[in-house]
Design a binder for this molecule. Structure first.
Ligand code: ADP
Ligand code: MG
Length: 236
């Protein structure tokens, strides 16, 4: 396949995607020539040791960072060579992100946290609130809507973060070690919620993790080491 040829039908299409970081006089390789196609509706688990490039790849896919070279298209939008303002709109409307550290706004309540991306995207306040309430109900958090975000347990915070990630109906959810700060019971609940959203709403999920918790729900497993995707062994 040629360098810039799009991958028909894929939601993620990366070609020779590379991210180098300048560090002092030298450079550090975050991602090294990654080629990747992901089909819509997939639940992809990305596994690799610490420092292997998982967060670097997810940041590029989220439009939070820009590649040093290569080509990247997500949900039909070419991200390489885009202006920062375009990437801001892309982040709000096309992808949802879930982080290890939850990243909720502690002074806002649960409902306000979940509504925020919808309001930033210019949605009507009443519609945003109704959608947020519906999501909180689905994610088992209806009773928590008016609680300050910093009063929740870690498992609840991550479920709120998932609701916030999907309120704008993203095509792709990127979850970066979402169970890293949770015990295994809460970790399993978070994986199950992501799996449900994938099954019921068809949202594509790419989940970076160290753990084996998502092995049972993955439709595909990718392995990364030293910034490079490793081809699975035959039969895997
Ligand atoms: N902003 C940065 N500046 C310099 N080096 C970075 C930066 N971000 C990541 N790296 C380096 O890129 C490599 C991949 O990091 P990362 O994607 O965070 O790995 P992972 O998420 O798999 O733990 C590591 O060597 C890391 O030190
Ligand atoms: Mg990381």
């Amino acid at each position: 396949m040629s360098f810039a040829e799009p991958c028909p039908g894929a939601i993620v299409c990366a070609r020779n995607l590379t991210r180098l970081f300048r560090l002092g006089a030298g450079t550090v390789t975050g991602l090294d020539g990654v080629d990747l196609d992901i089909d819509p509706g997939a639940f992809v688990v990305l596994k690799g040791p610490s420092g292997s490039g998982k967060s670097t790849l997810l940041s590029l896919l989220a439009g939070l960072d820009t590649a040093s070279s290569g080509e990247l298209t997500v949900a039909g939008e070419r991200l390489t060579g885009r202006r920062p303002a375009d990437l801001t709109r892309f982040r709000r409307e096309v992808v949802g992100m879930v982080f290890q550290s939850f990243n909720l706004l502690p002074t806002l309540n649960v409902l306000e946290n979940v509504c925020l991306p919808a309001l930033l995207a210019g949605r009507d306040e009443g519609a945003a609130r109704r959608k947020a309430e519906e999501l909180l109900e689905r994610l088992g958090l209806a009773g928590r809507a008016r609680h300050p975000a910093d009063r929740l347990s870690g498992g609840e915070m991550q479920r709120v973060a998932i609701a916030r990630a999907v309120i704008n109906g993203p095509a792709l959810v990127l979850a970066d070690e979402p169970t890293g700060n949770l015990d295994s019971k809460n970790g399993e609940a978070v994986i199950e919620l992501l799996a449900r959203l994938n099954r019921e709403d068809g949202v594509t999920v790419l989940l970076a993790t160290h753990s084996d918790l998502a092995d049972g729900v993955a439709s595909r497993t990718l392995r990364i080491r030293d910034g490079r995707l490793i081809a699975p062994p035959c039969g895997a």
